[in-house]
Design a protein around this ligand. Sequence first.
Ligand code: WTA
Length: 657
Amino acid sequence: MSESTIESSLPEKRLFHPRAEFSQNAHIKSLEEYKSIYDRAKADPEQFWAELAEQELHWFQKWDKVLDWQPPFAKWFVGGKINISYNCLDRHLQTWRKNKAALIWEGEPGDSRTLTYAQLHREVCQMANLLKQLGVQKGDRVGIYMPMIPEAAIAMLACARIGATHTVVFGGFSAEALKDRLVDAQARLVITADGGWRKDAIVPLKQQVDKALADGGATSVENVLVVRRTGQDIDMLPGRDRWWHELQHTISADCAAEPMDSEDMLFILYTSGTTGKPKGVVHTTAGYNLYSHITTKWIFDIQDTDVYWCTADIGWITGHSYAVYGPLSNGATTLMYEGAPRASNPGCMWDVIEKHGVNIFYTAPTAIRSFIKMGDHLPKARNLSSLRLLGTVGEPINPEAWMWYYRVIGGERCPIVDTWWQTETGGIMITPLPGAIPTKPGSATLPFPGIIADVVNLEGDSVETNEGGYLAVKYPWPGMMRNVYGDPERFRRTYWEHIPPKDGQYIYFAGDGARRDEDGYYWVMGRVDDVMNVAGHRIGTMEIESALVSHQAVAEAAVVGKPDEIKGQEIVAFVTLKNSYDASEELKKELKQHVVQEIGALARPGEIFFTDALPKTRSGKIIRRFLRFHAAGQELTGDTSTLEDRGVLDKLREGEG
Ligand code: WTA
């Protein structure tokens, strides 16, 4: 990455100060206050986190040691006993919040439900008791494959309550992808639904679970608990499958939260990396609870009267930290929406905001760009005056989209928090605090207190102001991932040795390129590895390549991302066929469908090119850079001397598909 490309792509100089009315009532009220908290945390991180842990959370037993750091393995609040479901529910029942709305849910067909803290607690306890009855024990893994309905959050909290580790699999993943995750986690039970509504159609979740468990797949799974949502006919396998609604009423709502060790595993969430197999990112109990809690409180400036809406699906980390755990731990009202903009109601998001008087709205740049495309008339026809704060996450936001969000949705009165973080970090790392930090469109601004971030080169040295480099973190934080499930070596290699430790100090490698400007503001440029960001979904090129190569016609495949106005990136695949197969439009369709079957619709290639050969180095490595140029329709520039066979490039050009 060179400085000149960064400079030319980011001429952004506008600065937006928080309005006085906002700052006065905010948790963190000024830049000076932020700086003083930041400096204090930097001077003594352990003291900083310990004070917050004491103030903000309920403990069954206090810890003996704040941090045990044996790089790259961290333990936080060692010896402490805590339960995140208790912190999200029980402690609020002892206050006026008992009858406050914990969860407001809006279904796509227009049905809705509100659960108070007392009601949510009751259902969580019932599901927790049922899990126990079905043989789930502390330490067991439970798969959750659900639509966005209240029972999705209930399932997560029920697992946490009894000390079972949940692994939520996004409902858009295929049966094959679900099976891989259930096998890797050795899940004992799966919680699912008959189906869910998405874009006026039913996603057949239970059917996918049946496929994942068929023919000896995921043999560790003993039971399937099914929530009735859509009501269509599904198969129920006697002895294995049970309906939640039939059992719920037979079960006691009395279930004490299990005191968990701080470092007991809370969840595994699979995410894409540079190799074919997704990794199970492990998060543990106390540190994650504290980090998701305090980031929610300060970044979304949660106040007791707020209705807060994070649009992320619970299948992603954003749904875990900022739709469920963070807001509930704070005793906030969190809104969950099952649907998505669709032909029958392209303005549905704005309807939900108006109907429920949403105050805080957190979504992804890809969604914002699609809102822009659908037209200003949609939000303008609704009353959005309840909004007071906006957020974005998932990919860099282009300044034009930022400005549109600010003007059209925020009415020029709402600050925007552009939050940079990852599945691995557990919570937001670089972000404005909305009452304190002036924003620049396209910049995630400054690190959260306690986060020692930097932009470095591959030797681990900080780069100059405005020079491009790698985004890195230089000190452990409570929300950090603890391991790759079952593969500590991969954890070490991927995150902590990519940049070698410097003077004994370990450096966390995020996989993103970034620069820091003269005000210390971070500008995140996107991934520097083979991970793509497609419509806000993180997906590895290798995963798609493996899927393609598993088709009988394919000899070799290479996948790259191509810039896309709405999705950020579009998936483009280059495929060489085995001799006995001929290129055809039919086969292209078949291959796209094959990828959908292997991974899910989120991985469907936008374009497939058939080619006789792929550009490779003499040692046989595919040179993706050339393919990227080709996919983007650009003339190839740069050094081609590493190519083994230069004729390949001409063939690529001729073989346009
Ligand atoms: C990207 C999502 C720029 C980044 C929470 C990161 C961002 C990856 C931002 C993690 C942002 C996330 N600005 N890029 N505000 N937020 N990213 O694990 O490339 O699904 O590495 O976590 O998303 O994606 P993940």
